[in-house]
Design a protein around this ligand. Structure first.
Ligand SMILES: N=C(N)NCCCC(=O)O
Ligand SMILES: [Zn+2]
Ligand SMILES: [Zn+2]
Length: 334
């Protein structure tokens, strides 16, 4: 069947939902072309169907495709940022990385290598998880491409700076401790946002602080409000290359039940989207949306929330990129 696409701004856009019903056909993110259908993409959305690092409910390996399915309703103009991201730059769906579900070490290597390959010509990635283990190899690749350790905003109910689970170092609860140990984060500018829920002990917070993390708790977002939080985050990040990692369990289970380690008292999807939009103009180099586990979802709520988060991340990336030019600039060049 013919693919009737929106083509504007010189980009191959999404399938036109006024001519092909949006529920028809195989799902790509936002009905965008596949990466192999375009010459070059400034932004690529890629899936990582991997959940062998989870400590509780499994199922995030199905997250990427659940987000793609839920993304059929996205439209090409983002009024909140006054940007048509798919017109401004070429955005494409790079499909899924083929990661080994039985060997976490090998899976991490694969994600790192695939992320490096995909970004070799300046393409920036929004990765759909998968569990949070995958943030480590994605950060390694982002830091290598940026040429220096990256700043990070980590939206999550959890710290994910724990040391080991059952003796295992590479899990979804430990990626950011490993990242600090590896020196791939700019520890002057790393923050968790949305943290809440019981911990193993006060030592978790002491360790986390020692690594350099700032914490904006879920309750801070409620008490201080989005604008104050955005100001606080922006001043810490400045012009540094920034990676954004969104664990969908940062949202309250009322907004995102489809996840493996839900915690009560989370932020709303409106608050999350507002904070993300407040990052406009920062030097975003890559992002992920992880921990969507559709088996626990209802009415696609979590998939819809995650697809909107990914859409705003794509918009932020498109907004910072000059159309048609590879994104190889560093903050010093700008
Ligand atoms: N959802 C993520 N990434 N981490 C949760 C780890 C929670 C735990 O089992 O202690
Ligand atoms: Zn989490
Ligand atoms: Zn997490």
């Amino acid at each position: 069947m013919e693919e009737l696409r929106v083509t504007s701004g010189g980009q191959l856009g999404p399938i036109d939902s006024s001519r092909v019903p949006r529920y028809a056909g195989a799902a790509t993110f936002a009905r965008l072309p596949r990466l192999d259908q375009v010459e070059h993409a400034e932004v690529a959305v890629v899936g990582v169907p991997f959940d062998s690092g989870v400590s509780y409910r499994p199922g995030a390996r199905f997250g990427g495709n659940a987000i793609r399915e839920a993304s059929r309703l996205l439209r090409p103009y983002n009024p909140a940022l006054d940007v048509s991201p798919f017109e401004r730059v070429q955005v494409a769906d790079a499909g899924d990385m083929a990661v080994n579900p039985f060997n976490i070490g090998e899976a991490i290597e694969t994600v790192q290598q695939n992320a490096l390959d995909l970004t070799a010509n300046g393409t920036r990635l929004v990765t759909l998880g998968g569990d949070h283990t995958i943030a480590l190899p994605l950060l390694r690749a982002a830091t290598e491409r940026a040429g220096s350790p990256v700043a990070m905003l980590h939206f999550d109910a959890h710290l994910d700076t724990w040391d080991t689970y059952f003796g295992a170092e590479y899990t979804h609860g430990t990626p950011f401790r490993r990242a600090v140990e590896e020196g791939i984060l700019d520890t002057e500018a790393i923050s968790h946002v949305g943290t809440r829920g019981p911990l193993y002990g006060v030592r978790d917070l002491e360790d986390d602080r020692r690594f350099g993390f700032g914490i904006v708790t879920s309750s801070d977002v409620y008490r201080k409000g989005v604008d104050e939080i955005v100001d606080q985050l922006r001043s810490r990040i400045g012009s540094r290359p920034l990676y954004v990692s969104v664990d969908i369990d940062v949202l309250d289970p009322a907004h995102a039940p489809g996840t493996g380690t839900p915690e009560a008292g989370g932020i709303t999807s409106r608050e999350l989207l507002e904070i993300l939009r407040g990052l406009r103009g920062l030097n975003l180099v890559g992002a992920d949306v992880v921990e969507v586990a559709p088996a626990y979802d209802h009415a696609e709520m979590t998939g819809v929330a995650a697809s909107h988060v990914a859409y705003d991340l794509v918009t932020l990336l498109a907004d910072t990129l000059t159309p048609g030019t590879p994104a190889t600039t560093t903050p010093e060049d700008q």
